[in-house]
Design a protein around this ligand. Structure first.
Ligand code: CIR
Length: 264
């Protein structure tokens, strides 16, 4: 029998088209640029998968001035009825918050904001039914986490501050929620003990990228480069939709980062 997945129910999402500048997106290493056409194809397939899962998708125009602005998950965090303007912890992405503010104001009654000097990126935030987990990282600092905690309190949610493994971009680069009680996580993150109390499925060695899976309603969006993880999830009763992440992977991105999702 499948487990409850209230935290994975969504009917609305915002995405942003990639600009041609996406080829200059940030990356930790000195790897090759992604192809613009390749990113566009992956992004289109992603939108189609959200729609097939029952989500109405608002598509924002590309922003050439911000190469990473296709990753709309990072400058904001959304809940039913409320949006929080976050502050990316890298200067190149700082302007993305102001750029998405209008779209959020049109959709949400209440808008909150992380104050200046505090940094939080949405990729570091995992929303679970019992708590919101935030991983401190090179992009999210303790002041940002504390500021987010104060806002979440107003929304009746509690925050747990944890740590993103070293050299990992975001907390959710290494984990994703599969249902209300199950997480998919890399071994290096799981072994820190952060998911005590959850059922845990660990990604096989070599398929760490699978951890940034995205459960949307009855579907789990998963990188198509992770067949062993797909097989495990299938055996456990999840319906997997494999999506190409080859090009966005070149700029350290995965599946959760390309949308803001909520239940209206
Ligand atoms: C960055 O370094 O900010 C982008 N190239 C990738 C952002 C991925 N965001 C996410 O996983 N939430």
């Amino acid at each position: 029998m499948s487990k409850a997945a209230s935290a994975c129910r969504f009917n609305r999402a915002i995405v942003r088209l990639p600009g041609e500048s996406v080829i200059n997106g940030l990356r930790a290493g000195s790897g090759e640029n992604p192809s613009y056409t390749g990113v566009c194809n992956e992004h289109q397939a992603y939108i189609a998968a959200l729609q097939a899962a029952g989500v109405e998708v608002q598509i924002l125009e590309a922003l050439e001035a911000f190469p990473d602005s296709v990753f709309v998950e990072d400058p904001a965090l959304v809940f039913p009825g409320a949006a929080i303007l976050l502050r990316p912890g890298t200067a190149a992405r700082g302007g993305e918050t102001a750029a998405i503010q209008d779209a959020l104001e049109q959709q949400f009654e209440c808008i909150y904001a992380i104050p200046p000097g505090c940094f939080v990126e949405g990729g570091d935030v995992l929303v679970t039914p019992s708590k919101v987990m935030i991983g401190l990282s090179s992009r999210t600092n303790i002041d940002g986490a504390d500021a987010l905690g104060k806002i979440l309190e107003k929304l009746g949610r509690s925050l747990e501050i944890v740590t993103t493994p070293p050299a990992v971009l975001h907390f959710k680069s290494d984990c994703g929620l599969l249902d209300d009680e199950t997480v998919l996580a890399t071994e290096q993150l799981a072994k820190t003990g952060v998911f005590k109390g959850f059922d845990q499925i660990i990604t096989p060695v070599g398929e760490e990228a699978a951890a940034n899976a995205l459960r949307i309603n009855n579907i789990v969006l998963l990188s198509d480069q992770c067949p062993r993880t797909a097989e495990t999830l299938d055996r456990r009763g999840y319906t997997v939709a494999p999506l190409s992440t080859t090009e966005i992977g070149k700029i350290d991105a995965g599946l959760s980062c390309m949308s803001l999702r909520w239940l209206d």
